[in-house]
Design a protein around this ligand. Structure first.
Ligand SMILES: [Fe+2]
Ligand SMILES: [Fe+2]
Length: 354
């Protein structure tokens, strides 16, 4: 038996691999697979959970149910097949080789489509983590499954569009999908509050990325598809934003520390995609998603204003320190964002001149 350094409860280790990785263990200790066999809620047996998460998730379940019901009431059913421009498609001959001239899409926008689709393709791993964080039962479990079903449409409709329009090399795309899913690399927030904060930020970032990609495509069908997907991401964002708000009210000090961890280390999922950083640089260069819109459309309106990090009350010393460090980080990110915007405006002015 082992006393878990996170929950303080007795746990039975079912495997230890020292030195392999510590990113699965919320204690930061050696990588392990463990079962918290003494946890009071049997439904969590066999899952990696920490005791503070169990109390938090139970306390927030009525809010999860309220937000789930609201989500179901306001979202509208839609069908990928009605949006895909099938009449533009042709058979691919056996000796077919793709070339960039096949679709009139700038390289940076092509990179955005590629990253957006392969990110959606990694759904099995997001489902695994989200179910592990929030559980299978009640409103949490229902939300996780509803979210998964909705996300599944995104890959379907974007892939059909990209295949029909020959937007990217279909062979490279399929190899990228295989590499991404087989690699299984996804962000793994260390607690439920971290998870709520991370997914709120990430869903909003995804909404921005899909929306801006569609706007730069110069193709009505592509624009409509990505606008439809972005609308879903917005609903997902609202659920997680408000769940995170409830978690902040429940435990402001723990939430402030989770916000610090997630804001200062934030990265979009997709690290396992081949040439991820090259594609990310192109996406940033195009302005589809970069540090400027991350700061202006995510950090300022959500972390600083909606969650009101500067005005949080009831913080203990650790929470207060986390808040101060996070605000300093966000102020620094504003200076970087301002420089990016100034450079972009200068480049646009120069382009206009001649
Ligand atoms: Fe999605
Ligand atoms: Fe989403």
């Amino acid at each position: 038996m082992y006393i878990c350094s996170v929950s303080g409860l007795e746990t039975a280790w079912i495997g230890v691999k020292k030195g392999v990785s510590n990113d699965m263990c919320p204690s930061g200790g050696p990588f392990c697979w463990y079962q918290c066999i003494s946890l009071p809620l049997g439904r969590y047996a066999g899952m990696m959970v920490i005791s503070s998460d169990i109390a938090l998730l139970a306390e927030l379940e009525p809010e999860a149910e309220r937000l789930l019901n609201h989500h179901i009431a306001v979202t509208k059913e839609w069908h990928p097949h009605t949006l895909v421009p099938w009449s533009r498609g042709e058979d691919f001959e056996p000796d077919y080789e793709w070339s960039p001239e096949e679709a009139n899409i700038p390289e940076d926008v092509r990179s955005a489509l590629y990253l957006n689709l392969l990110t959606e393709d990694n759904l099995p791993y997001y489902f695994r983590d989200i179910e592990r964080m929030f559980g299978r039962d009640g409103a949490w479990g229902e939300w996780v499954r509803r979210w998964t079903a909705e996300e599944g449409r995104h890959a379907t409709v974007i892939r059909d569009y990209m295949t029909i329009t020959r937007a990217v090399d279909p062979v490279e795309l399929e190899r990228g999908r295989m590499a991404q899913v087989m690699g299984g690399k996804v962000p793994e927030p260390p607690s439920a509050v971290d998870g709520l904060v991370y997914v709120a930020l990430q869903e909003l970032a995804t909404r921005i990325s899909h929306r801006n990609t569609g706007a730069q495509l110069e193709d009505r069908a592509g624009y409509d598809i990505l606008r439809r997907v972005a609308a879903d991401e917005n609903h997902h964002f609202l659920f997680y934003r408000d769940m995170a708000q409830a978690a902040i009210e429940y435990g402001p000090s723990e939430a402030a520390q989770a916000i610090e961890r997630q804001v200062t280390t934030f990265a979009m999922p997709g690290e396992g995609i081949p040439d991820f950083y090259e594609h990310s640089k192109r996406v940033a260069r195009s302005g589809i998603y970069d540090l400027a819109n991350h700061h202006e459309q995510i950090l300022e309106p959500i972390v600083m204003k909606y969650w009101n990090l500067p005005g949080l009350t009831g913080l203990n010393a650790e929470g207060e320190q986390a808040r101060e460090r996070t605000i300093a980080y966000i102020n620094k990110s504003k200076r970087v964002a301002d420089r990016i915007v100034a450079r972009r405006e200068e480049a646009a002015a120069n382009a206009e001149k001649g």
